[in-house]
Design a protein around this ligand. Structure first.
Ligand code: 13P
Length: 282
């Protein structure tokens, strides 16, 4: 069955929840995401960044998606996260990905619009969904690189990018960041409300790890329909494995270790499905 992300995001908007998008690095992390989603009957997005795509190969990921979309009982969407080249977006679309993100947020607005449009035009014949970005989703300590609050997306730029690119969803920089936050994150809700007032397109919040539950739910009330989470899963994966391997008796059976890791990674996945209020929405 082919799941339609545009329809799922619309459903999220109408029923007041967000679709969680989890970043996976390998088959074990993917397994944890898909099992947790099935158990909680939640629609989910399984996202891979450029590095993961390069390592595993576009063809293999496309084939995996084909397999899961045919066998999954609840909606699963594979998504290319933060591609800064239209070419990789096109390659993933050709490999059967139903959703890609072109991240032109580091570019001048005109160039961001032009390249975003290049991807959406290409995606149209695949009936795929394209996410684009306005404002920067900052990395740790990156705030100091910008003048004032230059990294925040403005409502005017958001409207232009949405109208001129014809995108399916829009990621917004609101003071959110990838990775662990050093201080409590300060999301600019007024800016989110302004953008939500101007554009009808579903909005996306990146950098989920470390944002308090109440802020996520406030963001959902203000138009966020997709929430990205990665670091918390990777941290759970690696720290569980590290603990397993540091135990006295060496167990050479990789599967045995990884079954335990998968169970542990399912915990933050389920936690985030509930925070996004996506449980039982499939
Ligand atoms: P975190 O790794 O901070 O949870 O963010 C993930 C993300 O936004 C991927 O695009």
């Amino acid at each position: 069955m082919r799941f339609d992300l545009k329809e799922i995001l619309l459903d999220a908007d109408q029923r007041g929840y967000a679709v969680p998008a989890f970043n996976f690095s390998d088959g074990w992390e993917l397994m944890a995401i898909l099992e947790a989603a099935r158990e909680l009957r939640a629609p989910v997005i399984a996202a891979s960044n450029m590095q993961v795509v390069t390592v595993h190969g576009a063809q293999l990921l496309g084939a995996l998606y084909k397999h899961y979309s045919q066998t999954a009982k609840t909606p699963v969407i594979f998504h290319l996260d933060h591609s800064n080249t239209p070419e990789l977006c096109k390659q993933m679309l050709e490999c059967g990905y139903p959703s890609v993100m072109f991240d032109g947020s580091a570019l001048p607005l005109e160039e961001n619009i032009r390249k975003s449009r290049e991807v959406t035009s290409y995606a149209a014949s695949f009936e795929a969904c394209v996410e684009v970005e306005i404002g920067r989703i900052i990395g740790r300590n990156e705030e100091s690189m910008y003048e004032g609050e230059d990294y925040l997306g403005t409502a005017e730029d958001a409207l232009r990018l949405v109208q001129e690119s014809n995108c399916g969803s829009l990621a917004v920089g609101l003071g959110n960041a990838h990775g662990f936050y050093r201080e409590k994150p300060r999301l600019r809700f007024e800016r989110l409300a302004e953008i939500n007032e101007m554009v009808d397109t579903p909005l996306v919040l990146h950098g989920g790890t470390g944002i308090p539950e109440e802020d996520i739910q406030k963001a959902i009330k203000n138009g966020i329909n997709k929430v990205n989470v990665g670091t918390e899963l990777h941290f759970t994966y690696l720290s569980t494995l590290q603990k397993q391997l540091s135990e006295d008796t060496f167990e050479p059976n990789v599967v045995k270790h990884m079954e335990h890791v998968v169970e542990k990674v399912k915990e933050p996945v389920k936690k985030w499905i509930r925070i996004c209020m996506a449980e039982n929405k499939a």
